[in-house]
Design a protein. Structure first.
Length: 56
């Protein structure tokens, strides 16, 4: 799936240069110092409940 997205992105940017300081990724053209990571990797899930909520 990601390969398909990258190929589609490349075909839509065919003939266009990626500006200096940028790179082409599966989500499009982004700054070179950015990383592409799954959205779920950006946050921690907190499953703990507050005691006050349990006591109510």
């Amino acid at each position: 799936m990601v390969d398909l997205m990258v190929n589609e992105q490349r075909s839509s940017t065919a003939g266009k240069d990626v500006p200096a300081g940028y790179k082409l990724t599966e989500v499009g053209v982004i700054p070179e110092d950015w990383d592409c990571v799954p959205f779920g990797n950006l946050f921690k899930t907190n499953t703990k409940k507050k005691k006050s909520a349990i006591m109510s």
